[in-house]
Design a protein around this ligand. Structure first.
Ligand code: ZN
Ligand code: ZN
Length: 247
């Protein structure tokens, strides 16, 4: 469902910062925009044929928002007129934080639009997009994203340590529904651990739960061993061919 520019945590130079997107026709939704993923976004030439971009930010840690200003400037050079940042309708402060964050870096608010989640109709088959406040760190607000599609619901948890919210998802998870969640390979005070996730999601549904935000390969192996799906960093066509040829 989602494609990934990066799948790593804050300092993971190889896997890059976790950053996902959906592209449909000439519209694109980007979820989070960390510093280590921005260069990759340009390398993959992701904005070819795109004229409407929506950006969702889960929270203000640098691996999730660090390159937002650069991305807006970059989209400007690509002549993408419709640049939209989706903000939680129930949290004026979060909206202001994003606007200030951009303004401090010289991005005037007349080159992008602020769209409230309740008004965000991004794709024809995605009638609803909403943020839900979740637990991550005392200092910052963090939001999960819930996206309703015609046949499924998709939950995206940028960073969290929110067992209660995860349990509420597990309880109502439909057979087509998908969950994307960070999983801890490091700081257990800020991130939910794979063990916690394994306690919440029954073995039968773990394939519907895609882990991301990895610390290292060990972290990925452990997620797989427990039966979870894992997010995979996208390759360009050239990289893919190169890899095949070298085998
Ligand atoms: Zn974080
Ligand atoms: Zn993070």
């Amino acid at each position: 469902m989602l494609k990934f520019i990066g799948v790593g945590d804050l300092l993971n130079q190889e896997m890059l910062n976790t950053c996902a997107y959906i592209k449909e026709g000439n519209k694109m939704l980007i979820i989070d925009c960390g510093i280590l993923s921005f260069k990759r976004m340009m390398e993959l030439n992701l904005f070819e044929d795109v004229n409407e971009v929506y950006i969702a930010i889960t929270h203000m840690h640098p691996d999730h928002v660090g390159a937002l200003a650069s991305l807006i400037f970059y989209l400007n050079t690509k002549n993408i007129v419709s640049k939209n940042i989706i903000v939680p309708s129930e949290d004026e402060e979060q909206k202001q934080n994003i606007v200030n964050f951009l303004s401090l870096q010289g991005v005037e608010n007349d080159i992008y639009n602020i769209v409230k989640d309740e008004d965000a109709i991004i794709f024809n088959d995605m009638p609803k997009f909403s943020y839900k406040k979740i637990k991550h760190t005392e200092l910052l607000k963090s939001f999960a994203i819930e996206m309703s599609f015609a046949d499924k619901k998709v939950y995206y948890l940028g960073d969290n340590i929110d067992e209660k919210y995860q349990k509420s998802i597990a309880k109502k998870l439909g057979e087509n529904d998908l969950v994307y969640t960070d999983c801890c390979g490091g700081n257990t005070e800020l991130h939910i651990s794979l063990l916690q996730l394994a306690n919440i999601y029954d073995e039968k549904v773990r394939k519907q739960v895609c882990c991301m935000h990895f610390k290292d390969d060990e972290n990925i192996d452990e997620a797989k061993r427990l039966g979870f799906s894992v997010a995979i960093k996208e390759q360009s066509k050239e990289e893919y061919l190169k890899k095949i040829m070298s085998h």
